[in-house]
Ligand binder design. Sequence first.
Ligand code: SF4
Length: 369
Amino acid sequence: MQPYRPEKVYVERSVESSPVTSHVLEASRGVPVAIIDSIDVLLEESKRWNPAIAKAKRYLLLAKHRGKFFKPCPGRSTRPGAANVCCNYFVINYASNCHMECSYCYLQSYLNFPYLTIYANLPDLLSELEEVFTANPHQQFRVGTGELADSLALDPLTAYSTFLVSFFSRRPNAVLELKTKSNCVERLLDIDHRGRTVVSWSVAPSMIQMLEEHKTASMDQRLQAASLCARAGYPVAFHLDPMIHYSEWEEGYKDLIAGIFDTIPPESIAWISLGSLRLTPALKQIMRERFPKSFLPLGELVPCEDGKLRYFKPLRVEMYARISGWIRERFQKTPVYMCMERPEIWEKVFGGIPSSEENLGNQLLVSLE
Ligand code: SF4
């Protein structure tokens, strides 16, 4: 992975004394630092940039998160008749934006505030989680930090993972998932995690990584990092998402699955998810402008009930069925599920749908016992 060094660090005065701020400033020695009273001034400045996306990634902002950190995964569509099968997942928005440059990254069309931002009011985050987990002692929570940012790519600067992994190690009814395209696992290896954190990688055939996932860790680097985590006793997981159709996809995904199972003991793999490429019309336009060499917008994509563009259903079903079959050939017991897919696709690929979101979430947790 291409390491991140910001051109400038902005620190909101309210998080000046946060331990996250201390780690970032220590690791960014020599980088100019500005203390600001509010992020409003940055927002005004970024409105004058056109385009703002790449430029704003060069600046790191440490700010206070003013809303709720913890919420249900928004992958669930709220449009009538557009419900996808969900896995009862929750997310923590500890940061927003990312210094890596995947051509298909939905953050390009999603974020209103483009600065690479870390929310450094860690005590507020931990007390909010404590409150939720304590108030619902009989509910099991799977919680991820990778919705609006990569979970580990900035960890060499922030050390965020060390606080979260330690916190979750003491929670009997919650499991943390750190999802990444980096190989930044060094800080994780000596923590007493007690099996309450799953470290996961979004993975793709090497050719797709090289063409479409700029500045990310190579597949070899990701698998080596996963191997280190498995040896440190962490459950690990893999997300073949977005699953990409191209002329050599069968060979590419077979090699990828072989690489995973040749490197990681199957008993260490908590789950593998599959999710096909999904673009909004706005994102497709941004991709054409920012990544003119990307072949992804050229694929035949059709509008779906949730407003996203996907491959035709028969093609998705074929890819899901073949890929999950190759996984099963290597290890029958690995839990495999699909992300953001319709019930009829589940029926065709797996021969049925989970009886409820809670059931699917709990089935995935069983693999950790
Ligand atoms: S690693 Fe994830 S968050 Fe970062 S650019 Fe790629 S898709 Fe976006």
